[in-house]
Ligand binder design. Structure first.
Ligand code: GRF
Length: 218
């Protein structure tokens, strides 16, 4: 079996996505180890979830740094101390800077509760409802310098009903988030993702693993 990759997870809140990643790792569905969880919110339940699973958990108060860059540079230090290869933003409510981006090129993923490029930014589910969409969903994407604008890895769609509230739609979307985030991480762990311009190409399993033929002419 291929070597496990090392993940660092950035969180700010409840951490249900973190939980889905922890559960997938423990079930052997993701070939990875979660090396650390970092929160900018002391009260995030995500920190408690990490501790329950013996994952090193850290709180970094963004208000105690003089700039976004300085905060990010401390996040990078922590991630590097834990030999993190893939950084996963799972409900992390901070805008990140080039300090974090440049330290993890094409190794930073985010989950967003909308079918991007529609409804980037905050309150995505409310934006979708107010717009009157019939189909909503979620997106896992690589992070770039924009807001929720990086290359798309996986999306999942759900129906939006006239009777929906922000809460009911969010819950329906969240169920799908818990499926596609672990999947995207496992694709990364298998080395099957590559980026060409805006597109993320997913290499089929048959080409990536196992019995590749060697070209005798090469
Ligand atoms: C999710 O809806 C995610 O898409 C968004 O923030 C929410 C985090 O939920 N970025 P949780 O903390 O993982 O439960």
């Amino acid at each position: 079996m291929a070597e496990k990759i090392t993940i660092g997870v950035l969180v700010s809140g409840n951490g249900s996505n973190l939980q889905s990643i922890i559960d997938s790792v423990e079930a052997g569905k993701i070939n990875a180890e979660i090396a650390c969880v970092i929160s900018n919110n002391a009260k995030a339940f995500a920190l408690e979830r990490a501790k329950r699973h013996q994952i090193p958990a850290f709180y970094l108060d963004h208000r105690s740094f003089s700039s976004r860059e300085e905060f990010d540079s401390h996040v990078v230090d922590l991630l590097q101390e834990h030999h993190v290869q893939l950084v996963v933003m799972a409900g992390f409510d901070r805008i990140i800077t080039s300090v974090l981006l440049n330290a993890f090129p094409l190794s930073l993923m985010n989950i967003h509760p909308a079918l991007l490029p529609s409804f980037p930014g905050t309150n995505a589910q409310r934006q979708a409802l107010e717009h009157g969409v019939k189909i909503a969903g979620c997106t896992v994407h690589f992070v770039d310098e924009g807001t929720d604008s990086g290359p798309i890895i996986i999306q999942a769609a759900v129906p939006a009903f006239d009777s929906d509230t922000e809460e009911t739609l969010s819950a329906r979307i969240l169920t799908e988030e818990h499926k596609i985030f672990p999947k995207a991480i496992q694709l990364f762990a298998e080395g099957r993702l590559s980026v060409q311009g805006r597109k993320v190409l997913i290499r089929p399993l048959s080409e990536s693993g196992g019995n590749l033929l060697e070209n005798p002419a090469a």
